[in-house]
Design a protein around this ligand. Structure first.
Ligand SMILES: NC(=O)c1ccc[n+]([C@@H]2O[C@H](COP(=O)([O-])OP(=O)(O)OC[C@H]3O[C@@H](n4cnc5c(N)ncnc54)[C@H](OP(=O)(O)O)[C@@H]3O)[C@@H](O)[C@H]2O)c1
Length: 252
Protein backbone atom coordinates (compact mmCIF):
# COMPACT_ATOMS: atom_id res chain seq x y z
CA UNK A 1 0.00 0.00 0.00
CA UNK A 2 2.97 2.34 0.47
CA UNK A 3 3.71 5.16 -1.94
CA UNK A 4 0.16 6.25 -2.71
CA UNK A 5 -2.39 8.76 -1.49
CA UNK A 6 -5.49 7.75 0.42
CA UNK A 7 -8.55 9.96 0.84
CA UNK A 8 -10.45 9.59 4.12
CA UNK A 9 -13.73 11.50 4.27
CA UNK A 10 -15.07 12.47 7.69
CA UNK A 11 -11.64 12.35 9.30
CA UNK A 12 -12.34 14.90 12.05
CA UNK A 13 -13.32 12.26 14.61
CA UNK A 14 -14.60 8.75 15.30
CA UNK A 15 -13.85 6.10 12.67
CA UNK A 16 -12.21 8.67 10.38
CA UNK A 17 -9.65 9.59 13.06
CA UNK A 18 -8.96 5.90 13.61
CA UNK A 19 -8.58 5.22 9.87
CA UNK A 20 -5.99 8.02 9.74
CA UNK A 21 -4.07 6.52 12.69
CA UNK A 22 -4.05 2.99 11.31
CA UNK A 23 -3.50 3.78 7.62
CA UNK A 24 -0.59 6.15 8.28
CA UNK A 25 1.40 3.15 9.54
CA UNK A 26 1.52 1.74 6.00
CA UNK A 27 3.60 4.72 4.84
CA UNK A 28 0.91 6.38 2.71
CA UNK A 29 0.09 10.05 2.22
CA UNK A 30 -3.33 10.90 3.58
CA UNK A 31 -5.86 13.39 2.25
CA UNK A 32 -8.01 14.14 5.26
CA UNK A 33 -11.47 15.57 4.76
CA UNK A 34 -14.21 16.98 7.04
CA UNK A 35 -16.23 20.19 7.59
CA UNK A 36 -14.82 21.18 10.96
CA UNK A 37 -11.34 22.60 10.32
CA UNK A 38 -10.27 22.78 13.98
CA UNK A 39 -11.21 19.15 14.67
CA UNK A 40 -9.58 18.02 11.43
CA UNK A 41 -6.39 19.78 12.53
CA UNK A 42 -6.49 17.73 15.75
CA UNK A 43 -6.57 14.54 13.66
CA UNK A 44 -3.60 15.81 11.66
CA UNK A 45 -1.70 16.82 14.82
CA UNK A 46 -2.27 13.34 16.26
CA UNK A 47 -0.42 11.69 13.35
CA UNK A 48 3.24 10.77 13.38
CA UNK A 49 4.14 12.64 10.18
CA UNK A 50 1.62 15.52 9.91
CA UNK A 51 3.69 17.31 7.25
CA UNK A 52 3.20 14.39 4.86
CA UNK A 53 -0.59 14.80 4.73
CA UNK A 54 -3.12 17.34 3.42
CA UNK A 55 -6.56 18.49 4.55
CA UNK A 56 -9.66 19.46 2.55
CA UNK A 57 -12.73 21.09 4.06
CA UNK A 58 -16.07 20.40 2.34
CA UNK A 59 -19.72 19.94 3.23
CA UNK A 60 -20.78 16.73 1.49
CA UNK A 61 -24.49 17.47 1.87
CA UNK A 62 -24.24 20.24 -0.78
CA UNK A 63 -24.09 19.25 -4.45
CA UNK A 64 -21.97 22.25 -5.48
CA UNK A 65 -19.46 21.56 -2.68
CA UNK A 66 -19.18 17.92 -3.74
CA UNK A 67 -18.45 19.06 -7.31
CA UNK A 68 -15.73 21.46 -6.10
CA UNK A 69 -14.33 18.73 -3.86
CA UNK A 70 -14.05 16.37 -6.83
CA UNK A 71 -12.29 19.11 -8.84
CA UNK A 72 -9.84 19.69 -5.97
CA UNK A 73 -9.13 15.94 -5.79
CA UNK A 74 -8.21 15.93 -9.49
CA UNK A 75 -5.32 18.24 -8.56
CA UNK A 76 -4.09 15.81 -5.91
CA UNK A 77 -2.86 13.47 -8.65
CA UNK A 78 -2.73 9.76 -8.19
CA UNK A 79 -5.00 8.35 -5.51
CA UNK A 80 -4.63 4.76 -4.37
CA UNK A 81 -7.45 4.45 -1.88
CA UNK A 82 -10.78 5.97 -0.92
CA UNK A 83 -12.38 5.60 2.49
CA UNK A 84 -15.97 6.78 2.11
CA UNK A 85 -16.52 7.35 5.82
CA UNK A 86 -18.25 10.73 6.35
CA UNK A 87 -21.83 10.36 7.49
CA UNK A 88 -24.43 11.10 10.10
CA UNK A 89 -27.97 10.17 11.08
CA UNK A 90 -30.94 12.12 12.39
CA UNK A 91 -32.86 10.60 15.28
CA UNK A 92 -36.55 11.40 15.60
CA UNK A 93 -39.98 11.14 14.08
CA UNK A 94 -39.95 11.60 10.30
CA UNK A 95 -43.21 13.50 10.62
CA UNK A 96 -41.62 16.11 12.89
CA UNK A 97 -38.00 16.26 11.63
CA UNK A 98 -36.98 19.02 9.25
CA UNK A 99 -37.01 17.74 5.69
CA UNK A 100 -33.69 19.46 4.95
CA UNK A 101 -31.89 17.42 7.62
CA UNK A 102 -33.44 14.18 6.35
CA UNK A 103 -32.37 14.97 2.78
CA UNK A 104 -28.88 15.94 3.98
CA UNK A 105 -28.52 12.44 5.46
CA UNK A 106 -29.26 10.90 2.06
CA UNK A 107 -26.94 13.33 0.25
CA UNK A 108 -24.02 12.89 2.68
CA UNK A 109 -24.29 9.15 3.39
CA UNK A 110 -25.31 7.88 -0.04
CA UNK A 111 -25.16 10.40 -2.91
CA UNK A 112 -21.73 11.90 -2.08
CA UNK A 113 -19.90 8.54 -1.65
CA UNK A 114 -21.26 7.34 -5.01
CA UNK A 115 -20.25 10.61 -6.73
CA UNK A 116 -16.74 10.62 -5.20
CA UNK A 117 -16.15 6.95 -6.04
CA UNK A 118 -17.31 7.45 -9.62
CA UNK A 119 -14.98 10.42 -10.11
CA UNK A 120 -11.95 8.60 -8.64
CA UNK A 121 -12.65 5.22 -10.24
CA UNK A 122 -10.32 5.41 -13.30
CA UNK A 123 -7.48 6.49 -11.01
CA UNK A 124 -8.21 3.82 -8.39
CA UNK A 125 -8.43 1.05 -10.99
CA UNK A 126 -5.21 2.16 -12.69
CA UNK A 127 -3.43 2.02 -9.33
CA UNK A 128 -4.93 -1.39 -8.39
CA UNK A 129 -6.32 0.47 -5.43
CA UNK A 130 -9.24 0.12 -3.08
CA UNK A 131 -12.44 1.59 -1.67
CA UNK A 132 -13.72 1.13 1.86
CA UNK A 133 -17.38 2.13 2.09
CA UNK A 134 -18.31 2.74 5.70
CA UNK A 135 -21.86 1.51 5.84
CA UNK A 136 -23.74 0.18 8.85
CA UNK A 137 -25.80 -2.68 10.22
CA UNK A 138 -28.51 0.01 10.17
CA UNK A 139 -28.60 -0.81 6.46
CA UNK A 140 -29.74 -4.37 7.25
CA UNK A 141 -33.00 -3.46 9.05
CA UNK A 142 -35.54 -0.67 8.55
CA UNK A 143 -35.28 1.65 11.56
CA UNK A 144 -38.37 3.55 12.74
CA UNK A 145 -37.26 6.99 14.05
CA UNK A 146 -34.02 6.75 12.07
CA UNK A 147 -35.68 5.93 8.80
CA UNK A 148 -33.61 7.97 6.34
CA UNK A 149 -30.33 6.89 7.97
CA UNK A 150 -31.26 3.21 7.57
CA UNK A 151 -32.39 3.89 3.99
CA UNK A 152 -29.13 5.66 3.14
CA UNK A 153 -27.02 2.86 4.63
CA UNK A 154 -29.12 0.14 2.95
CA UNK A 155 -28.50 1.95 -0.35
CA UNK A 156 -24.79 2.31 0.38
CA UNK A 157 -24.44 -1.38 1.28
CA UNK A 158 -26.29 -2.58 -1.83
CA UNK A 159 -24.37 -0.23 -4.14
CA UNK A 160 -21.03 -1.14 -2.54
CA UNK A 161 -21.67 -4.88 -2.73
CA UNK A 162 -22.81 -4.71 -6.34
CA UNK A 163 -19.74 -2.64 -7.24
CA UNK A 164 -17.52 -5.19 -5.48
CA UNK A 165 -18.87 -7.92 -7.76
CA UNK A 166 -18.66 -5.72 -10.91
CA UNK A 167 -15.05 -4.72 -10.26
CA UNK A 168 -13.69 -8.01 -8.93
CA UNK A 169 -10.06 -8.39 -10.01
CA UNK A 170 -9.77 -4.66 -10.80
CA UNK A 171 -10.37 -2.98 -7.45
CA UNK A 172 -10.58 -4.23 -3.87
CA UNK A 173 -13.74 -3.08 -2.15
CA UNK A 174 -14.70 -3.42 1.51
CA UNK A 175 -18.27 -2.83 2.63
CA UNK A 176 -17.89 -2.10 6.32
CA UNK A 177 -21.16 -2.90 8.12
CA UNK A 178 -20.51 -1.74 11.64
CA UNK A 179 -22.90 -1.85 14.57
CA UNK A 180 -22.84 0.72 17.39
CA UNK A 181 -19.51 2.24 18.40
CA UNK A 182 -18.73 5.05 20.90
CA UNK A 183 -17.90 7.93 18.52
CA UNK A 184 -19.53 11.34 18.02
CA UNK A 185 -22.30 9.68 15.99
CA UNK A 186 -24.91 9.43 18.75
CA UNK A 187 -24.57 13.06 19.91
CA UNK A 188 -24.73 14.35 16.33
CA UNK A 189 -27.90 12.33 15.69
CA UNK A 190 -29.67 14.08 18.57
CA UNK A 191 -30.38 10.81 20.33
CA UNK A 192 -31.01 11.07 24.06
CA UNK A 193 -27.98 10.18 26.16
CA UNK A 194 -28.05 6.60 27.39
CA UNK A 195 -25.71 4.00 28.78
CA UNK A 196 -25.02 2.74 25.26
CA UNK A 197 -25.79 -0.49 23.50
CA UNK A 198 -24.60 -3.90 24.69
CA UNK A 199 -23.32 -4.40 21.13
CA UNK A 200 -20.89 -1.44 21.24
CA UNK A 201 -17.45 -2.14 19.78
CA UNK A 202 -14.48 0.27 19.81
CA UNK A 203 -13.66 2.35 16.74
CA UNK A 204 -10.14 0.89 16.86
CA UNK A 205 -11.49 -2.67 16.52
CA UNK A 206 -13.99 -1.69 13.80
CA UNK A 207 -11.34 -0.01 11.65
CA UNK A 208 -8.75 -2.79 12.22
CA UNK A 209 -11.29 -5.41 11.09
CA UNK A 210 -12.03 -3.50 7.88
CA UNK A 211 -8.31 -3.21 7.09
CA UNK A 212 -7.91 -6.97 7.68
CA UNK A 213 -10.75 -7.56 5.18
CA UNK A 214 -8.95 -5.26 2.74
CA UNK A 215 -5.74 -7.30 3.13
CA UNK A 216 -7.73 -10.39 2.15
CA UNK A 217 -8.79 -8.66 -1.09
CA UNK A 218 -12.01 -6.99 0.09
CA UNK A 219 -15.42 -8.24 1.19
CA UNK A 220 -18.41 -7.56 3.42
CA UNK A 221 -17.05 -6.87 6.89
CA UNK A 222 -19.06 -7.10 10.10
CA UNK A 223 -16.41 -6.23 12.69
CA UNK A 224 -16.00 -7.97 16.03
CA UNK A 225 -17.93 -10.58 17.97
CA UNK A 226 -20.69 -8.29 19.28
CA UNK A 227 -21.50 -6.81 15.90
CA UNK A 228 -21.59 -10.28 14.36
CA UNK A 229 -24.01 -11.35 17.09
CA UNK A 230 -26.26 -8.37 16.26
CA UNK A 231 -26.05 -9.20 12.56
CA UNK A 232 -27.10 -12.82 13.20
CA UNK A 233 -30.10 -11.58 15.19
CA UNK A 234 -31.06 -9.28 12.31
CA UNK A 235 -30.85 -12.23 9.91
CA UNK A 236 -33.09 -14.58 11.88
CA UNK A 237 -35.66 -12.14 13.25
CA UNK A 238 -38.95 -11.78 11.30
CA UNK A 239 -39.32 -8.27 9.78
CA UNK A 240 -42.49 -7.42 11.72
CA UNK A 241 -40.95 -8.38 15.08
CA UNK A 242 -37.82 -6.39 14.32
CA UNK A 243 -39.90 -3.32 13.35
CA UNK A 244 -41.90 -3.55 16.58
CA UNK A 245 -38.78 -3.95 18.73
CA UNK A 246 -36.84 -1.16 17.00
CA UNK A 247 -39.85 1.18 17.15
CA UNK A 248 -40.11 0.81 20.91
CA UNK A 249 -36.31 0.99 21.39
CA UNK A 250 -35.82 4.11 19.26
CA UNK A 251 -39.01 6.05 20.07
CA UNK A 252 -38.33 9.30 21.91
N1 LIG B 1 -20.57 5.14 15.50
C1 LIG B 1 -21.46 4.25 15.13
O1 LIG B 1 -22.19 3.69 15.96
C2 LIG B 1 -21.56 3.86 13.66
C3 LIG B 1 -22.08 2.60 13.34
C4 LIG B 1 -22.17 2.24 12.01
C5 LIG B 1 -21.73 3.09 11.01
N2 LIG B 1 -21.23 4.33 11.35
C6 LIG B 1 -20.81 5.21 10.26
O2 LIG B 1 -19.45 5.55 10.46
C7 LIG B 1 -19.15 6.75 9.76
C8 LIG B 1 -18.34 7.66 10.66
O3 LIG B 1 -19.14 8.05 11.76
P1 LIG B 1 -18.59 8.10 13.26
O4 LIG B 1 -19.28 7.03 14.01
O5 LIG B 1 -17.12 8.14 13.29
O6 LIG B 1 -19.25 9.46 13.76
P2 LIG B 1 -18.59 10.90 14.01
O7 LIG B 1 -17.58 10.79 15.09
O8 LIG B 1 -19.77 11.80 14.22
O9 LIG B 1 -17.85 11.24 12.65
C9 LIG B 1 -18.58 11.55 11.49
C10 LIG B 1 -17.65 12.21 10.48
O10 LIG B 1 -18.42 12.52 9.30
C11 LIG B 1 -18.23 13.90 8.98
N3 LIG B 1 -19.44 14.48 8.40
C12 LIG B 1 -20.71 14.42 8.88
N4 LIG B 1 -21.54 15.12 8.10
C13 LIG B 1 -20.79 15.64 7.10
C14 LIG B 1 -21.08 16.47 5.98
N5 LIG B 1 -22.30 16.93 5.71
N6 LIG B 1 -20.06 16.81 5.17
C15 LIG B 1 -18.81 16.40 5.42
N7 LIG B 1 -18.47 15.61 6.45
C16 LIG B 1 -19.45 15.24 7.29
C17 LIG B 1 -17.90 14.56 10.31
O11 LIG B 1 -17.08 15.70 10.08
P3 LIG B 1 -17.47 17.22 10.45
O12 LIG B 1 -18.48 17.18 11.55
O13 LIG B 1 -16.18 17.84 10.79
O14 LIG B 1 -17.99 17.68 9.18
C18 LIG B 1 -17.06 13.50 11.01
O15 LIG B 1 -15.71 13.58 10.64
C19 LIG B 1 -20.50 7.34 9.35
O16 LIG B 1 -20.72 7.09 7.98
C20 LIG B 1 -21.51 6.55 10.19
O17 LIG B 1 -22.75 6.47 9.58
C21 LIG B 1 -21.14 4.72 12.66
Amino acid sequence: MSGGKILITGASGGFGYEFAQQLEKSGVELILHARDEARLQLTLDGLKYPDRHTCIITDLSQRKSVESFIEALAEEGSILGLVNNAGFGVWGSFERCESVAQLDVLRTDLVAPVAIAHALLPNLIRNHGFIINVSSLAGETPLPYMSTYAAAKAGLTYWSEALRAELEGKLNIVTLASGPSPTGFRDVSGAPKGKGSFFRTSAEEVVAASLQTLKRGGGYCVPGFRHRMLWMLQKIMPRQLSLTLMRSYLKR
